[in-house]
Design a binder for this molecule. Structure first.
Ligand code: B1M
Length: 224
């Protein structure tokens, strides 16, 4: 039964069908399926497939947009449930999060925000296309422990570097840790730009953030 459901979820994203995706997400919750598993095994598999099709010219931008709409519809059902499932309520630290300047991809960043929040971190989500100055200003305003920058495009990865440079210029590191992630990003890139950590997915981001909170002057890249 879950396999069939996951297959239908994947297909609803490929088809760009938000109503179906919403219904399947609701059905998963009603059947006791872990919402994160529904994302990873069902919906995210669909958006990854759509992205690959787009990448090799088999799908066009309007179709990819429709797939993204369907993905968002599913996430709207699942994310509140993930927050409810968060067992830890103690504030583990403050995280300022956003997508790098010029980048409007936010599905993965939102998932990272949800899982971190469900794990006990206080999240200040600046949204998409965030400038280094906005990251720095928010980090100062809320006295952040961690600044996290997501980037999905090879062209916007430079924005991650710019945020780290801006934090350094203001003398905010090493007290504030800078972490990065996103489909285009690798641990090699993280090391190259001197990030305090990189994670491949939302679950690893929690471990990474917890690790960094336990260290006072960590400057090395924590591998995913
Ligand atoms: Co875009 N897009 N897109 N897109 N899109 C990619 C990234 C691409 C790889 C597709 C492809 O060609 N195969 C490609 C980038 C190529 C490159 O640069 N290497 C691409 C392109 C080219 C573009 C446009 C330029 C297309 C165009 O206009 N011609 C354009 C750019 C717009 C812009 O940003 N300025 C564009 C637009 C769009 C849509 C609007 C249609 C839509 C975004 C909708 C939205 O986010 N609101 C979209 C989508 C959906 C994708 C793909 C298909 C899926 C991304 C996604 O949501 N994945 C993507 C292909 C792919 O990644 N395979 C693609 C699901 C999500 C759960 O995973 O985001 O990877 P992900 O997040 C993961 C991890 O990466 C990690 O944890 C998350 C959860 O596990 N993570 C972090 C993410 N951030 C993190 C931060 C952390 C830690 C971990 O710490 C801070």
């Amino acid at each position: 039964m879950p396999d069939q459901l996951f297959g239908a979820m994947r297909q609803s994203i490929i088809d760009g069908a938000p109503d179906t995706a919403t219904e399947l997400a609701q059905q998963a919750l009603a059947n006791g399926v872990d919402p994160l598993e529904a994302v990873n095994q069902g919906f995210a598999a669909g958006i990854t497939f759509a992205g690959d099709q787009f990448g090799c010219g088999q799908m066009f931008l309007p179709d990819l947009l429709a797939s993204a709409e369907a993905m968002k519809a599913a996430m709207n059902v699942l994310e509140p449930e993930m927050l409810k499932h968060g067992s830890q309520r103690e504030a583990l630290g403050k995280v300022v999060l956003g997508t790098a300047k010029g980048d409007i991809h936010d599905i993965g960043k939102n998932l990272v925000a949800t899982i971190l929040s469900a794990s006990g971190f206080q999240i200040f989500d600046l949204g998409t296309s965030v400038t280094p100055e906005q990251f720095v200003a928010k980090a100062k305003e809320v006295d952040a422990d961690i600044v996290g920058v997501s980037a999905l495009l090879t062209t916007t990865m430079a924005g991650q570097k710019a945020v780290i440079e801006a934090l350094d210029r203001d003398g905010l590191r090493p007290r504030i840790k800078a972490i990065i992630g996103g489909a285009a990003v690798t641990s090699k890139w993280a090391a190259e730009i001197g990030a305090d950590g990189y994670s491949r997915n939302a679950i690893d981001a929690v471990e990474l953030a917890k690790n960094l909170m336990g260290k006072v002057t960590n400057k090395g890249t924590v591998p995913a």
